[in-house]
Design a protein around this ligand. Structure first.
Ligand SMILES: Cc1cc2nc3c(=O)[nH]c(=O)nc-3n(C[C@H](O)[C@H](O)[C@H](O)COP(=O)(O)OP(=O)(O)OC[C@H]3O[C@@H](n4cnc5c(N)ncnc54)[C@H](O)[C@@H]3O)c2cc1C
Length: 509
């Protein structure tokens, strides 16, 4: 069922839902569908419309400090389907050893293991339209298999969750999808442990707002907005909800994407190959996980599109894709800053010149954070600033990755790597000022999962520590980032949360 705050009869909300899910991106839609199948009455509250609108997207405006980053209102999308409306569709599951603690990585390890998420692979493959073969097997590697794995990503359509699932959501008699419904507050009981109602506003200037009651609430508003909502919810909890230990918004992780060197290939090199360190190398050299792309230089060269195009997801339209293909002979891929072109074969003379691109896990630094600033949005909620920097372990990983792959390529006659000066000089400011680093638009760990309330905001079931009925979906709950793109894991976690809630309802404590 579909309603819209612009026109809806709000008596609709006099009932108590089983769950109120806030945010209809990949996390929220996946959770809603799962629970509806179990017979739950779901209120799925989406702040945007079916399509892009400026009034919704403007609510994502924020500030950036630290490493230069895409404007926050272009780094995600705020309407039905969320940021899947311009994601690139690259999919990979986390490695089993991303879940285990490492002595050299502070706060590493998840309270769950890969085997807790594996059962959801077939359904996630289906959700993300990943074609067989299932799984993510390594490619055979000719040399140095004790040092590297040759890995692959799988390509989703890319699946756009709004267009794919809208009709199903609207047809469902178990799901009430409400558009243009912006969560502005969460009201708590006197113990401050249970959410009693969620407060929403539409866009009308005289909109009085309305409340939704449910047994359970789940925030699925993305890795920056989930912490923003919790930090803003100070009408009763003075530090915000779930923030007793000042952790909400901290440990923000990206997948730093670093242009890490040029390659002169011995023979023309046409494809893109991806390498990751073996777990033995991670442990012995005391680094983080990463993937290193080895490719002809022209593969994935950036095409600058204006911010307005990136922000509006117009880059995802088939029209623009066709235009770029026809004019440039290259296909457009909405990835990294929403303006990349990729997927074409270099000419022979181009194929001797290659590049090393590193996409890496990031260490958990408390100073990397989403925090509130004084400036407020149209609903009076504080906007955010994102502070994002690298630390010593990140630097060590970059150095080890470039030197390791460089040695591998040279030793086996594949090519020679020209290491950038900033790396030789250990000059990390120069890496940043040369524009060699950017984000991947993956926003993780800001309400991280931990068994210990002093180290994380949610528990292993994605429930906020100290709260009885408030859960979080999306990559803000990642305990660590790994190097894999996040959306596959986001969908696995949403299905697992759906199962957990259903089982808990069937067997109350
Ligand atoms: C250019 C780009 C390329 C990407 N490429 C990849 C890729 O190749 N592979 C990959 O795995 N990931 C990729 N990502 C990341 C991917 O898009 C996200 O991981 C994914 O969309 C997150 O899903 P989510 O449901 O947690 O959040 P979102 O998709 O951000 O959805 C959040 C939803 O909450 C709604 N909302 C927000 N605030 C409120 C509020 N107050 N009230 C009500 N509703 C609200 C929003 O409107 C939105 O619909 C990319 C991202 C970008 C920007």
């Amino acid at each position: 069922m579909l309603s819209d705050t612009r026109s809806a009869d709000r008596s609709l909300f006099s009932q108590t839902f089983d769950i109120c899910i806030i945010g209809a991106g990949p996390a929220g839609i996946t959770l809603a569908r799962r629970l509806a199948r179990s017979g739950w009455n779901v209120a799925l509250m989406e702040g945007g419309d079916v399509d892009f609108t400026d009034e919704s997207q403007d609510l994502y405006i924020g500030e950036i400090t630290g490493i230069p980053y895409t404007d926050l209102d272009a780094a995600r999308l705020r309407y039905l389907g969320g940021t899947s409306n311009h994601w690139g569709g690259a999919c990979r599951e986390l490695d089993a050893y991303d879940f285990t603690p490492w002595p050299h990585i502070a706060l590493s390890g998840w309270p769950i293991s890969k085997s807790d998420l594996d059962p959801y692979q077939p359904e996630v493959n289906d959700i993300l339209d990943l074609k067989p073969p299932a799984g993510f097997p390594d490619h055979p590697i000719d040399h140095d298999e004790h040092l590297f794995r040759k890995i692959d990503y799988r390509q989703s359509g890319p699946t756009r969750f709004g267009p794919k699932y809208k009709d199903e959501l609207v047809a469902s008699d178990k799901i009430q999808l409400v558009l243009n419904a912006n969560l502005v507050d969460l009201r708590l009981d006197s113990e401050l442990q249970t959410v009693t109602e969620a407060v929403f506003r539409g866009y009308g200037t005289d909109d009085p707002g309305f409340t939704v009651q449910a047994r359970i609430y789940c925030l699925c508003c993305g890795g920056m907005e989930n912490p923003r909502i919790l930090l803003n919810a100070r009408s009763q909890a003075l530090k915000g909800i779930g923030n007793n230990y000042d952790l909400v918004g901290r440990y923000f992780c990206e997948h730093p994407f670093i242009t890490a060197g040029e390659i002169l290939f011995e023979e023309p090199f046409y494809v893109r190959e991806e390498f990751a360190p073996t777990p033995a190398v991670i442990g012995e050299t005391r680094i983080l996980n990463y993937n290193m792309h080895v490719a002809p230089w022209s593969y994935g060269s950036p095409l600058s599109l204006p911010k307005e195009v990136a922000r509006s997801a117009a880059c995802a339209t088939p029209f623009l894709d066709r235009l770029v293909t026809e004019v440039l002979g290259k296909s457009l891929k909405c990835d990294n800053d929403a303006y990349g072109i990729t997927g074409y074969r270099a000419k022979r003379e181009e194929a001797f010149h290659g590049r090393l691109d590193l996409q890496m896990e990031q260490s958990l630094l408390p100073g990397n954070r989403i925090m509130l600033i004084e400036d407020t949005d149209r609903f009076g909620l504080n906007k955010i600033a994102m502070d994002w920097n690298l630390g010593a372990l990140d630097h060590r990983t970059i150095r080890a990755a470039v030197m390791g792959i460089g040695t591998h390529l040279a030793a086996h006659g594949i090519g020679r790597v020209k290491v950038p000066d900033w790396l030789l000089d250990d000059d990390w400011d120069a890496m940043v000022s040369s524009g060699s680093i950017r984000g991947s638009m993956h926003h993780m760990c800001t309400t991280r999962m931990s068994d210990n309330a002093r180290e994380g905001v949610v528990d292993a079931d994605c429930r906020i520590h100290g709260m009885t009925n408030l859960y979080v979906g999306g990559s803000s709950v990642f305990a660590t980032a790994g190097h894999a793109t996040p959306t596959y894991t986001i969908c696995q976690l949403a299905l697992r949360l759906g199962d957990h809630l259903t089982q808990e309802a069937a067997n109350p404590a």
